[in-house]
Write a protein of this length. Sequence first.
Length: 658
Amino acid sequence: MGSVVRGGGPRGGRRQAKAPESQAQVTNRRAFWLAVVFLAVGALLIGRLFWVQVVWGSDLRVQAQHQRERVYDEPARRGEVVDRNGNRLAYTMQARSLTVSPMTLRKEIREQQELQMRIDGASREAIDAQIDARVEDVLRTMANEIPTMIGAEGGQSTDKEKDAEADHTRVGDVSSREILDKLRADTDYEVLVRNVDPDVAQQIASKFHGVAADRQDIRQYPNGAIGENILGKVSMDGHGQFGLEASSDAVLTGINGRSTEDVSGDGQSIPGTLRDVVPAVDGAKIELTIDLDLQTFVQQTLEQAKENSLAKDAQAVVLDAHTGEVLAMANTDTIDPNGNLEKQLAQGRDFENIAISHPFEPGSVAKIITAAAAIEEGLTDPKQVHQVPGSIDMAGITVNDAWPHGVAPYTTAGIFGKSSNVGTLQLAQQLGEDRYWDYLQRFGIGTTTGIELPNESAGLVPVREQWSGGTFANLPIGQGMSWTSLQLASVYQSLANGGERVEPRIISKVTGPDGQEVAQPAPERTRVVSEETARTVVDMFRSTFQSDPAGLQNGTAGGSELEGYQLAGKTGTAQKVNEETGAYSQSQFWITFAGIAPADDPRFVVAIMLDEPQRGPLRGGMGGQSAAPVFKEIASWLLNRENVPLSPPAEPFVLQAQ
């Protein structure tokens, strides 16, 4: 057999094996790819850095600045309110509220206790078994010690009172039970106690982890319900809600300050970064015309009169006869802002100032306008005798006197001293409707007085164009129109001040935070009647206080005179409208009185209204169906306190000719 030759030629020959790469080649290739990767990463980083610094740079700088920046507000302190003698009526006290984040607090306490147990060598099983109890122990310690640290007068609990458990304490109004309930709450924010002394609050915050002492400005009303109808109150956020606090809110509030500072990541201030500092401007101080002692006396006197007479409510206004300044303005059932408001509101107490917001038909006290107009127009004088029948018909309406009588020879002084409706309407007829309307305008009837308080009513008087035939049979005797107690006092102030009406004012002075007095607009003055007429009318209305055992020369306020002093004034009884029938009631009345003390040298004007009294306003229901005894009490207190000289003797008026 022949042999086969393999290989040699290109077709049939063996393939030549590829030589393996050397170690150097492998290393070079890897280095190349690593270089490519590094270059790519470097390019990406450079691109990213370029993008961050150039494209996003300005925005990121702003964001970083905002993250470091803290803006702090500095609350302005609300201005205080004082009476005419500088006695505080309302002021702001700096305090602190103790606050926590209960869920965060319990989590952090758990972490602290667990760490401590680990340091003490406790096992995992022991930690799991004891950790809840240890957290609870810390919470109970906080709840029990915080009231003790605050003390009896250190703060006020924010919730309604709860019965304290045997193992908990209550100090003053701060209950450990309430605090413990809040520490256990599944919430992010709780106020443990409000109104805490700043130093005490700081001690508590330093001692107990997680407790913060937040600033809180507390509005204080040191006199409780006294004058609260005038002052009003502020809300929890510091804005005026009622009374002067509302009407003068912009003056009292001030302007908050602010500043900016940078802080580090752990919350520490960065030195040298404090900027944009705008100091706070505190609110202005308001001095009222009110006399706190007088306000207290008047308010207490009214409460007693309401209780004695079984009236629905009572109100009074005392003015300075010459300046028109409000010395006292009071009503019953005024709320105490320091007490439980919900409970007091349920009892019928409120923040209303009804002496300016609730008008009523004045009754016979309004007859003084007819008297002043008739004398000013020369139609009569105090001694003129009029033949006054027991009734009069005007435009189909018959008006009677309060007591039956035939034609009686009453003097002008007697018409008003005895309060004859018929005699008053006889004089009003001589005056005429147009002239009577003019005098209503002069005395400010139907318009607000301009007092610097909110919610003042203008009262109600029919405009001249709307008068019907019977309107003029009602208005001169004080029916068919409504006045507020302040308007009533203002009418009598006009005559006590020599015939010039001065708009009542309750703000005496406003002092800015810089100590400079802020000018206030002067009250408007209106010449109502001449000085001679005013003196004549005031003197003539002394007849109201005359006492005569025989009854002929007796005024409607006889028995309420004040020994040694001449007093002038007028009683009033106005029928209320029965809501069911729409007609005047025969059993529901507003009982009014307005007077001037002393009559010979006027110093004070007092206006009083009792709403539906069932008997007299003195102890045991004595004093008759009149508000004159209340006037006597207030006038006596004022004249005695001010040491006003006694009046000279004066001859009584003849009220009924013989």
